[in-house]
Design a protein around this ligand. Sequence first.
Ligand SMILES: CC(=O)SCCNC(=O)CCNC(=O)[C@H](O)C(C)(C)COP(=O)(O)OP(=O)(O)OC[C@H]1O[C@@H](n2cnc3c(N)ncnc32)[C@H](O)[C@@H]1OP(=O)(O)O
Ligand SMILES: O=C([O-])CC(=O)C(=O)O
Length: 371
Amino acid sequence: MASTKGLEGITATESTISSIIDDKLTYVGYDIDDLANHSSFEEVVYLLWNQKLPNQNELKNFTSELTESMKLPKEIIDHLKSYDLSTVHPMAALRTAVSMLALFDSEADEMEEEANKRKAIRLQAKIPTIVTAFSRIRKGLEPVSPKKNLSFAANFLYMLNDKEPEDVEEEAINKALVLHADHELNASTFTARVCVATLSDVYSGVTAAIGALKGPLHGGANERVMALLTEVGSVENAIPAIEKKLENKEKIMGMGHRVYQSGDPRAKHLKEMSRELTELTGHSKYYEMSIKIEDYIKENKGLPANVDFYSASVYHSLGIDHDLFTPIFAVSRVSGWLAHILEQYADNRLIRPRAEYVGPKGQTYTAIENR
Ligand SMILES: CC(=O)SCCNC(=O)CCNC(=O)[C@H](O)C(C)(C)COP(=O)(O)OP(=O)(O)OC[C@H]1O[C@@H](n2cnc3c(N)ncnc32)[C@H](O)[C@@H]1OP(=O)(O)O
Ligand SMILES: O=C([O-])CC(=O)C(=O)O
C-alpha cells in the first residue's frame, strides 16, 4: 500500500463546520466575505458551535457568558509569574497554561455533551486572558480584568494594553479573529480531532492543537513574516532579498498553501486592512514591501499569499509584540478546534491510519554482547 506524503488530497472526515470548495471558504455555508464584513467574532463562534447564526438575544447571552468566564484561576497567574518569561515563547506558555487549566476545572474529564459545551465556553474565554496576562507579566505589569460592556475583540485589546481600543483597532482585531476562526481540516484542527478521537478530554485536544499551530509551516508563519519584513527593511530591498532567499532554497513565509490554488480568500481582507492601518500608523513601508513580495512570488513561483502574510503588518501596525501574533491566531482558532472536537465526539471513531513500511526486513537478531 503506497503512502501519500503529508496526507495531501486525502479526505479524512466529514464535517459540517467549514468548507473550502473551488478556493471559496464558508463557515456553516456562509461565505467568509459576508462574515468578515458583517459579523462580530462572538457571532461566528456561536455559528461554529451551534450551526446557526444567533438572534440578538442569543448573542447577548452568549457574549456575557464568554466575558463572565474570562477570569483565570489565581494559580495560573502565579504560574506565569514563576518563570523567566523573557526566554519563553508565548505559544509555549499558552500550551502549558491551557493544559494547567484542566487541573482547576472539576468537569475536565466529564465527557457528557453539555459539560463539553461548558468547557468550550471556558476555554474560548480564558485563552485571550492567558495571552494578555503573559504579555503584561513579562513587562512587569499586572494583568487586567475584562470589562463587561466590551466586545470579545475590544476586551482582548483592553486586557493587553489596559486601555480601551479605538474603533478602528477593535474592528481590525474583530475581523482578524473572524477570518482565522476555522479552516476545515488544517493541521492543528486535525491534531485536535486525532487527540479527542481516543476519547481523551477537551483540554488535551486543545493543548495538542496549540502545539501544532505553533509550528512555522502553520500558525507560526505570521511571526516569521514579520521577521522577514524586518530583515528586508526597505521597499527597494524587497525583490533582491527574496531572490537571494529563493536561491538559497528558503521558503518565503506567508506564501503558499496546501489547498488554495488561485488564492486564499482571507488574504484580500487582511491586505486591505494592512493598507489602511499601515497608512494610518505611519508604517506604510511594510505594506509596500509586502505587495512587492506577494507579486514577485506569485509571478515567479505561482504561489499565493496565505492568511498569515498580511496579518503580520496588520498586527505590527496595532503595536502588538511580534511573538504574540501566533497566540492571537490561537485566540481565534480555538473556536474552530472546539467546534471540531464537539463534532468528533458526536460521531466518534478512533483515527488510526496506516504507515507504509519501508525499513529493513528479515533481520537476524544478534545478542547484545556480540554487536
Ligand atoms: C495558517 C496556515 O497554516 S497557512 C500556511 C502558513 N505557512 C507558511 O506560510 C509557510 C510557508 N509555506 C509553506 O511552507 C508551504 O507552502 C505550506 C506548508 C503552506 C504548504 O506546503 P505543501 O503543500 O506541503 O507544499 P510543499 O512544501 O511541498 O511545497 C511544494 C513546492 O512549492 C515550494 N514552496 C511552497 N511554499 C513555498 C514558499 N512559501 N516559499 C518558497 N517555495 C515554496 C516548495 O519548495 C516546493 O517546491 P519543490 O517542489 O521545487 O520542492
Ligand atoms: O488550512 C491550512 O492548511 C492552513 C490554514 O490556512 C489555516 O489553518 O487557516
